[in-house]
Design a protein around this ligand. Structure first.
Ligand code: NAD
Ligand code: TYD
Length: 361
């Protein structure tokens, strides 16, 4: 077994931040297996693409032959699964890809990893880890005064996305329980930061504000999410990989609960200061209330006590510091935004709003 890890989905938002940090921290070789769906973008990895510790492989986590070959060639000490279809609204319009990648894909990945793990020496079997990156959305929705999600909270997923992630979490659990595979599962709250695809709330609002387009608020904007800066999530994953107890689940969150409308108003005020509109008006004027998301979960919140007390992790960024860094990154990387908001993105915006009879472009 080598000082090497395989990461799946490393060309996406969180995966690319993870791979970039891993290489920059000099933690060893990382092989990135990514299918390059609309959400995967090799431009997210320009910082590391020439580095001798970085290898990119174009492929699907459901391809067991490819996985077997990669595992045999690189002999990794860990496999980290970030690959997924990740957008709730897309899962409402077309759930099939979510079942295929998040459920069937994770199953094939587990099968290949189990065969590899069984081929290792006893010592290497003991040291190997399969880390599955998941979401707080598997727990369903909280009322305003309910306790935040702890690891013991019952699963109650409400969207095709969260149901597919819940299914994958259950498979990971079963592979540990039944076959002894040394798994770790992390369930994290909403991330934000560089390389976030502008279909999700924060990058969408920044993009639309600068493009002089409406800022769509679903329903009344009072839904609450618990926001975590992406680099803090990456640090938590590294810590779980290093010190987590095999078979355990770790919830990761930012202790930053915010109603959507507050997040959007904060972004408008930061942009007003950093990049004022030509007409002197506030970006707040672009806020537009639109029809609610079907089955919209009211509130997510993570109780991150376990990872704090057992593994000593806590977030470094406050919401204020993280959101400022994020806005700066988008202002400095408008070419990246232009590249990812090309034809496929416009098709998505059209699909999302034409079915509601709303014009938002
Ligand atoms: P993303 O949509 O930005 O990226 C997903 C990546 O996976 C893309 O690079 C895509 O090309 C790749 N991919 C998709 N299907 C694949 C397949 N079949 N085989 C190989 N690669 C494939 O997602 P993200 O926001 O970076 O999320 C990464 C993981 O973290 C996901 O598992 C998601 O459920 C989880 N998560 C995300 C958040 C969040 O706020 N974004 C929060 C908690 C957990
Ligand atoms: P999103 O970024 O899609 O993440 P998730 O649904 O996984 O939490 O959405 C975050 C919140 O913002 C969610 O409550 C839905 C809401 N939202 C809007 O109000 N308008 C938008 O245009 C988008 C994309 C999301």
């Amino acid at each position: 077994m080598n000082n090497c890890i395989i990461v799946t989905g490393g060309a996406g938002f969180i995966g690319s931040n993870f791979v970039n940090s891993w290489v920059k921290l000099g933690l060893g070789k990382v092989v990135n297996l990514d299918k390059l769906t609309y959400a995967g973008n090799l431009a997210n990895l320009v910082e590391v693409e020439q580095h001798s510790d970085y290898v990119f492989v174009h492929g699907d986590i459901a391809d067991q032959d490819l996985l077997a070959a990669l595992l045999a060639e690189y002999q990794p000490s860990a496999v980290l699964n970030f690959a997924a279809e990740s957008h709730v609204d897309r899962s409402i319009h077309g759930p099939e890809d979510f079942i295929q990648t998040n459920v069937v894909g994770t199953f094939h990945l587990l099968q290949a990893v189990r065969a590899y793990w069984n081929s290792l020496t006893a010592e290497h079997m003991l040291n190997f880890r399969f880390l599955h990156v998941s979401t707080d959305e598997v727990y369903g929705s909280l009322g305003k005064t309910d306790n935040a999600f702890a690891e013991t909270h019952a699963y109650a997923p409400n969207s095709p996305y969260s149901a597919s992630k819940a299914a994958s979490d259950h498979l990971v659990r079963a592979y540990h329980h039944t076959y002894g595979l040394p798994t770790l599962t992390t369930n994290c709250s909403n991330n934000y930061g560089p390389h976030h695809f502008p279909e999700k709330l924060i990058p969408l609002v920044i993009h639309n504000a600068l493009a002089d387009k409406p800022l769509p608020i679903y329903g009344n904007g009072q839904q609450i999410r618990d926001w975590l800066y992406v680099e803090d999530h990456c640090a938590a994953i590294r810590r779980v990989l290093e010190a987590g107890i095999v078979g355990e689940v770790y919830n990761i969150g930012g202790w930053n609960e915010k109603p959507n409308i507050e997040v959007v108003k904060t972004l408008c005020r930061i942009l007003d200061a950093k990049k004022p509109r030509a007409d002197g008006q506030s970006y707040l004027n672009q806020i537009t209330y639109v029809e609610d998301r079907p089955g919209h979960d009211l509130r997510y919140a993570i109780d991150a006590t376990k990872i704090a007390t057992e593994l000593g992790w806590k977030p470094k960024e406050t919401f204020e510091s993280g959101i400022e860094k994020t806005v700066n990154w988008y202002l400095e990387n408008q070419d990246w935004v232009s590249n990812v908001t090309s034809s496929e993105y416009l098709n998505w915006v059209h699909t999302q709003y034409s079915e509601r009879g709303e014009e938002l472009a």
